[in-house]
Ligand binder design. Structure first.
Ligand SMILES: Nc1nc2c(c(=O)[nH]1)N[C@H]1C(S)=C(S)[C@@H](COP(=O)(O)O)O[C@H]1N2
Ligand SMILES: [Mo]
Length: 405
């Protein structure tokens, strides 16, 4: 190709691709460019599976595609990441202290990690953490915030001490109402005096057996992204209650008012509102237990099958409750078939379900799955009640399958 032809060729390609071709002058004659595109933002999160989908890189937010969530206990490399600020850089468990204070504590106490580990009994539970905004992308009109689809949920195995053992040692006064946490992350503004997020739970939730101050995840030290060296874990509640990089706990005589406790954060209208409505802060209530929900982890959506029967499987969870029933449909919800459902390994762990579905003829199918909790509440088919910030989206998970015969 002469230089003139090469230049026009590259100009045409540039228009097609939409960005200039770096090193365009070096393209060998006769080479056809790949010109492949996908819409994922390229990333390299150390310690994470490469298929995690990055929604945001400052702060870092990444979710897990459903087909990667098949493990009973979620491995660290497949757990979603939700940061509101910037994680501490190279935190160390050697000089870390956890302080217990607040006006409803008898005696302010501080523990090193070694002291925590040696003073209290260790407990291990599998606990479900789901971001309050998981599924937000479904809402219409759209809600601002990370557009999570189905992947801001995980259920790793956590080891630590019971929060109640630690609080009781410090002495909880009878007027205690709420627990609040403070972590070591820094505000995006760089302002060291600004707290990124400081949420918590009512004392009753804090005192449950499964409420942990954890240092291990699946038998390994917590990864930094998930709160190393210490974090709270409250299974079944919005994961924003589970403070990472935990440095300080307070027990106080009123509802905690730290950043992201009030206003529209992690709160929903106390009574249902029409989609798009503006809701005053005083008409919003703090989210507590998460609603019943399920996910299909196998097959991966879009799969082709030559067999008329396939096994489908996944998990289901229901906040503080257990899941009582799970059903699947291949006819857009006209008929439902009961799936097999296992008991949770412990309270507040997600439950495994599976079923065999049989396709009557060749064609495109959607598999829908719907869980019902032990109080008889089922997942909504397409959309739950709209709310300004798009929380608690527990619509049925749907996948596509082509039976090719
Ligand atoms: N200190 C601190 N704790 C935090 C957060 C944070 O930004 N800072 N994010 C919260 C939110 S909104 C969620 S959903 C979970 C996410 O936990 P993960 O990143 O380990 O998945 O951590 C919670 N704990
Ligand atoms: Mo969250």
């Amino acid at each position: 190709m002469n230089n003139y032809n090469r230049r026009t060729f590259i100009n045409q390609l540039t228009q097609l691709i939409g960005v200039p071709i770096a090193f365009g002058a070096c393209i060998p004659d006769g080479l056809s460019l790949l010109i492949e595109e996908n819409d994922s933002l390229m990333h390299n999160i150390i310690g994470k599976h490469p298929e995690l989908v990055v929604l945001n890189d400052r702060p870092l937010n990444a979710e897990t595609p459903a087909h990667l969530l098949g493990d009973v206990s979620t491995p660290a490399d497949k757990m979603f990441v939700r940061n509101n600020g910037l994680p501490p850089v190279n935190p160390s468990d050697k000089n870390w202290t956890l302080t217990i204070g607040g006006n409803s504590i008898n005696k302010e106490l501080a523990f090193t990690i070694d002291e925590l580990k040696s003073s209290f009994e260790h407990h291990t539970y599998q606990l479900t953490l789901e971001c309050g905004g998981n599924g937000r992308s479904e809402f219409d009109p759209p809600a601002k915030g990370n557009q999570w689809t189905t992947g801001a949920v995980a259920c790793p195995t956590w080891t630590g001490v019971r929060l109640k053992d630690v609080l009781q040692t410090a002495g909880v006064k009878s007027n205690a109402v709420y627990l609040g946490y403070y972590g070591a992350d820094t505000h995006l503004s760089g302002d060291e005096n600004k707290v990124v997020i400081s949420r918590g739970v009512p004392l009753k939730k804090a005192m449950e057996n499964e409420s942990l101050i954890a240092w291990n995840m699946n038998g390994q030290p917590l990864p930094v992204l998930h709160g190393y060296p210490l974090r709270l874990v409250f299974g079944g509640w919005p994961a924003s209650c589970s403070g990472k990089w935990l440095q300080k706990l307070i027990v106080i005589d009123k509802v905690h008012d730290g950043p992201k406790m009030g206003g529209q954060s992690y709160r929903v209208p106390c009574n249902p509102v029409a989609p798009g409505a503006k809701v005053d802060d005083e008409d919003m209530c703090i989210i507590e237990s998460m609603p019943v929900k399920s996910i299909i982890t196998s097959p991966k959506t879009g799969a082709l099958t030559s067999k008329s029967s396939v096994t489908i499987a996944g998990h289901a969870w229901a906040g503080d409750l257990a899941v009582a029933k799970i059903e699947s449909s291949i006819d857009f919800g006209q008929t439902w078939q009961q799936c097999q459902l296992e008991k949770p390994i412990n309270r507040l762990a997600w439950q495994q379900w599976s079923s065999k579905v049989t396709f009557p003829e060749k064609g495109y199918y959607e598999i829908w799955v719907k869980a019902t909790d032990e109080k008889g509440r089922a997942q909504p088919m397409l959309l739950p009640g709209w709310n300004p910030k798009g929380y608690l989206s527990n619509a049925c998970h749907r996948i596509a399958i082509k039976y090719t015969g």
